[in-house]
Design a protein around this ligand. Structure first.
Ligand SMILES: Nc1ncnc2c1ncn2[C@@H]1O[C@H](COP(=O)(O)OP(=O)(O)OP(=O)(O)O)[C@@H](O)[C@H]1O
Ligand SMILES: [Mg+2]
Length: 243
């Protein structure tokens, strides 16, 4: 389980997180929604230990992320696949090499086994026969799938998606939503989707939490989000993720 307790983070006087608390239950997909710039990516970076809280704690499977030593943090990161907002793929490498990155960096395994895992994960994201292609040859939707395959390469317990659909056209976005949902069902992975795309949140999430003014101001099922009387949540949802 991932539990975030009373998290505070400022950057040079810019108070971004101001006492954020959130629980992510195992097997569920939690969407964190909120307007652009509200601190969603900053939150994700605290979960994976890329940023250190000014105050508060992030617990992953009972471990306090900020207290971990470097090698313990590496081990913890193997439990968490991250699909970055920009996909963060290396253009100079092939699709297969990109998917293998997390494997060859962190674990000692044979080349044959790496290839096996790469093909398995590419098949899981419904991308077959592309392992030799260059990243520059791919469409935006395909790149997103490669980023997901790379996140899955180490068999993580958690997958964290940062705005997985926002740079995509509506039809491609829908196929990525379908992929996220199918992964939850097929491999029972626990997910966090950070997004300002309400359609995506409703499609994939078991729970939706809204980040506003540095805090989670609402946390409920998609049904509860649609029926809440909270004016800030209502305005965000009705605007499809815009104010
Ligand atoms: N490393 C950093 N140094 C200074 N300020 C930062 C840093 N990272 C984030 N910020 C600031 O924190 C705030 C939140 O940024 P963040 O990237 O988390 O927003 P977001 O909710 O992910 O937005 P978007 O939906 O556009 O991706 C912004 O004001 C940003 O400028
Ligand atoms: Mg962001």
């Amino acid at each position: 389980m991932i539990e975030i307790e009373n998290l505070y983070k400022s950057f040079n006087g810019n108070d971004v997180l101001k006492g954020l608390s959130l629980k992510v239950k195992e097997g569920e997909t939690t969407a964190v929604i909120g307007r652009s710039g509200c601190g969603k990516s900053v939150l994700l970076k605290h979960i994976i230990g890329l940023l250190r809280p000014d105050k508060g704690d992030v617990w992953v499977d009972g471990q306090n992320v900020k207290k971990l030593k470097r090698n313990e943090l590496y081990k913890l990161r193997l439990k968490m696949g991250v699909v970055f907002q920009s996909s963060a793929l290396l253009d100079s490498l092939s699709v297969g090499e990109n998917v293998a990155l997390g494997l060859t960096e962190n674990i000692r395994i044979s080349r044959a086994r790496v290839r096996e895992i790469v093909l398995e994960k590419l098949s899981l994201v419904e991308l077959e026969g592309v392992e030799h292609k260059r990243i520059s040859e791919l469409s935006g939707g395909m790149k997103k799938r490669v980023a997901v395959a790379r996140a899955l390469a180490v068999n993580p317990s958690y997958i964290l998606y940062d705005e997985p659909t926002t740079a995509l056209d509506p039809i491609t976005a829908r196929t990525i939503n379908e992929l996220m949902l199918s992964l939850k069902k097929k491999i029972r992975i626990t997910g966090i989707v950070v997004t300002h795309d309400m359609e995506s949140a409703f499609y994939v999430a078991d729970r939706i939490a809204m980040l506003h003014d540095g805090k989670i101001i609402f946390d409920g099922t998609p049904m509860e989000v649609q029926t809440t009387s909270d004016p800030i949540v209502q305005r965000f949802v009705k605007g499809g993720g815009k104010y």
